[in-house]
Design a protein around this ligand. Sequence first.
Ligand SMILES: *Cc1c(COP(=O)(O)O)cnc(C)c1O
Length: 374
Amino acid sequence: MQPGRNPKGATPRSPGTRAVHAGHPPAADGQPLLPGPELASTYHLAGASDASRYGYARYANRSAVQLEVALGELEGGSALTFASGMAATAAVLLGLRAPRVAVIAADGYPGVRQIAADRLPGAVEVRLTASRTAEVVAAAPGADLIWIETPSNPRLDVVDIPAVAEAAHRAGARLAVDNTLATPLGQRPLELGADLSVVSATKSVGGHSDLLLGYVATADEELAAALRAWRDQTGAIASPFEAWLTHRSLATLDLRLERSSANAAAVAALLAARPEVSDLCHPGEDPVARRQMRRFGPLVGFALRDAGHAQRFLAGCELVAEATSFGGVHSTAERRARWGTDAVPEGFIRFSAGCEDPGDLLADVEQALDAAAA
Ligand SMILES: *Cc1c(COP(=O)(O)O)cnc(C)c1O
């Protein structure tokens, strides 16, 4: 089936429509629209080892391959799924030719810096920068890998992807963008000039807080082949059940993002009017975000006075679960400093808006703020 074609052969225009149909097999009487998970490790394979694409599931499983077709279509490249976002991240950092100089935005997902510090060969120079376009661009000369996350996490700083891609390519470096927060329905890094788009589908793409999965998308077939070889050798593959669940979730991704992004913007507006709130972060007013993003995502960051004040707020919410991670249908929030991995004040909260009714969610946040302030 051709990417971008729905089962009736028309070309869907909107990303939301593509997400509903992407990766589904051609219509055939008696077959399901999206086949269920293919629970197989080994397949009938007579004669030559390449008699079928499907021989042993560490190399290929239909549930993962169908999902990869869908994700590749949405990202605009080839997609390879992995067991988790970190397995996808490790494939890019460790599975490609080792960089000599890597530029890594330091206020993104901590696992990236941890791999860079603990697992890259000692000779690799790692340059940590803030998630600011000018700083990343200034660090680019001499680098061969640049890793950014935009919007970054948890401060939601926005980096100009085309500007950094230009600087990266001028330096002869590859640009990898962690696209977890935005998802391909919120932002398409490959179209904006990145070489690799890396996503933890555990977050908004999966969206129901019930699976772990990651993927890497690239339009460069050499990079895709190298990543596939790494995955074949290390076995960091997605399970067929998680792959199927993720594919099933893609159909509602645009709906979920539309509601959760609107809820996040409404929570940010409510917080902006509260005197006890500081450090409010939301990408919606950023001119670069407005240029390169289609949806702004579910996250809002803000600080209350101290750890106690933040914990009282979290305990007072009825609809918002105190939990880590983000991008699920249920609203969640946590005090980020409890992990000790991010440079944020003790009272800083990362709030992930879910798909609840906006009026109910705002009323709950407001009553919890009132109760915590009293
Ligand atoms: C969660 C996350 C990861 C890691 O993904 P896992 O699925 O937990 O392994 C990487 N990057 C970002 C931005 C994340 O939020």
